[in-house]
Design a protein around this ligand. Sequence first.
Ligand code: A3P
Length: 306
Amino acid sequence: KPLSIVEKGWKTFHPTQYQGFWIHLEFFPGVLACREHFKACKDDIILNTTPKSGTTWLKALTFTITNRARHDFHNHPLLATNPHALVPFLEDLYSDGKIPNLTNLPSPRLFSSHLPYQLLPTSIIESNCRIIYLCRNPKDTFVSMWCFLNNFLPEDEPPVPMEEAFELFHGGISIFGPFWEHFLGYWKASLERPERVLFMKYEELKEDPTFHLRRLAEFLGCPFSIEEESEGLVEKIERFCSFESLTSLEVNKSGKTNRGYPNKNFFRRGIVGDWKNHLPAEMSEKLDQLSQQKLEAFGLTFKDVG
Ligand code: A3P
């Protein structure tokens, strides 16, 4: 029987440890080719996350902000296309062994990647293009990942025991993990190169979306104009890309990604603190302790998550 994605993801896993990170070449066979062949341009925008940190949301927001002169809300690509199809993963673009021709894409080109900063294709750093990193507190990210991978199990199979998944995650074994080192790479880069690397938190984006949309637009060199502000465009983009709005679209209810995953699996609760409904106190404490140990010395904390 072939291994299910959950068995590969959480149990037998088969990741390769590559320069200190866990890379899943079975899931992402394009990782090495994209590192070798992707040629970034100065105008490119690269969206980076660990899986389940809000990648889909960030893609929708950034696409809508950067394309706002091209598309109005009534005739918008997001109405019929999942954000992952509009902003492809670099790892996916190079997964079939061919080198894609990306030179004709309209500028600014938008790509995403789960690669840690330390493993990004060197041309991304050398080209000085813009990088946006969205992180999420480890407890919600872990629960979101556990639910996501359990979705792929046949209906009659029980979920993978959370304890098993937790031991791996806590021990640093997660997709493109260790999770904490992934954060730190982008965090340090954002301190060193703030004009090129923007560090965002899912929790803050949820708390004050319009503030962070303005921040995003400014970072991207396309701040909202007085006219746009007066017509309430920032609020409109926020609502257009909200969890409620995206999940109401047929494409996100019934469509599939290019990898064949149901689009609906990328939308679950979309809230901060859902870990409280799933994670036993002991696991929560263990993650808190580890996060404190790994992140606090660098001034990185997650507020209001418990
Ligand atoms: P939950 O499982 O906690 O609900 P990714 O896009 O990186 O795979 O992350 C998926 C997580 O982001 C899921 O979290 C999903 O519900 C949430 N999400 C997707 N779209 C969102 C949106 N527009 N606003 C807020 N959260 C969103």
